[in-house]
Design a protein around this ligand. Structure first.
Ligand code: SAH
Length: 326
């Protein structure tokens, strides 16, 4: 516990760094690539088609931010080796990951990867970058309008305290609560800038909405909601991604944005159920039901399929990418 008040984003950054360094996050929550191998396979196929649309730049960086266990990239590269040997030949695999513990997990599944602490560490050149449930783990600031004045939330002794603040930048949203993810906005701005100069594109998948969530900070411990301020580092802290804000950040660097589209729609356009049926064929009834159930879970309109959305960042003039065109 600290006696001085700590700004919420600094608290969240510290808590999550401790959390990802010391825990197996997947004991607390499940992500799309951990639900079905089809998720990573479809994203691998998406990347190969995009690489072709970009004019097959060689060499190309195939990068992932916050790869967790490395499952998505393992599933993607396994399929690509079979169906897209030219892309496989042209790519080098890069991970942006700060947790030493998760780096070790990733190395088991994707031994050929190169690791970096941040986007700035990636070598220059065209990149196809995937980020699934990465931006939601980055630290947020929260502001509230109280009796006509803005206050910012700080954390002191396990509780929120509020301090007078300047109006947040997107206060014109006409809301009394604003949540800002400066790290996510900066990541997308930097990514967009390098895509404009070096070429390539990025696919962002996360839960969130096309606007400001106000206050969406949540903590998961052992799979159940818990107090985000209790015992920093013991729970996974996340906040909804503001897709309007990251799109603005990307456009601000001269990039174009496609989407957001709901994850369920995106995956079905990429052939989610066709792939699931092929995978289920010839299996036992129980195995087939598991494969189809997992696919449905990724696209479920009242669940992950609409809670999660997909957004692409691309250089100006990029034609509609798979999954984003109706
Ligand atoms: N994409 C994975 C894991 C999501 S969990 C999946 O879908 O299963 C979030 C991931 O981002 C973890 O790998 C975590 O260690 C990493 N991460 C969190 N904050 C980070 C930061 N500031 N810089 C780099 N990686 C970070």
């Amino acid at each position: 516990m600290t006696n001085t008040a700590e700004r919420l984003d600094r608290f969240m950054a510290r808590a999550n760094a401790a959390y990802y360094a010391n825990h197996d996050p997947f004991a607390d929550f499940t992500t799309s690539p951990e639900i079905s191998q089809i998720f990573g396979e479809l994203i691998g196929a998406w990347a190969a088609v995009c690489w072709d649309m970009l004019g097959r730049p060689t060499p190309v960086l195939f990068a992932e931010a916050g790869p967790g266990r490395g499952t998505l990239m393992a599933d993607a590269t396994r399929v690509l080796a079979r169906v897209a040997p030219a892309f496989t030949e042209a790519m080098t695999v890069h991970f942006i990951e700060t947790s030493p513990r998760l780096r070790a997990e990733q190395a088991i599944r994707v031994p050929m990867a190169a690791w970096h602490d941040a986007l700035e560490g990636l070598p220059s050149g065209p990149v196809i970058l995937i980020a699934n449930e990465f931006l939601d783990a980055l630290p947020v600031r929260q502001f509230r309008l109280v009796a006509g004045r803005w206050v910012e939330r700080f954390v002191q002794d396990g509780a929120f305290v509020e301090r007078p603040a300047f109006p947040p930048e997107n206060a014109e949203d006409d809301r009394s609560e604003i949540e800002i993810n400066e790290a996510a906005d900066a990541f997308c701005a930097d990514l967009a800038a390098r895509i404009v100069t070096d070429g390539g594109l990025a696919l962002i998948l996360d839960y969130g909405r096309d606007g400001n969530a106000g206050n969406s900070l949540q903590a998961l411990r052992d799979g159940a909601p818990t107090d985000p301020l209790a015992e920093p580092g013991s729970a996974d802290l996340t906040a909804h991604v503001d897709f309007a804000a990251i799109a603005r950040a990307a456009r601000g660097q001269g990039a174009e944005v496609q989407g957001p589209v709901m994850q369920g729609v995106f995956l079905q356009r990429l052939g989610l159920f066709e792939r699931a049926e092929r995978l289920a064929r010839g299996r036992s009834e129980t195995e087939a039901a598991t494969v189809m159930g997992a696919a449905r879970r990724l696209a479920e309109p009242r669940g992950m399929g609409s809670l999660f959305v997909a957004l692409a960042i691309a250089a100006p003039g990029t034609p509609p990418l798979p999954g984003f065109a109706a």
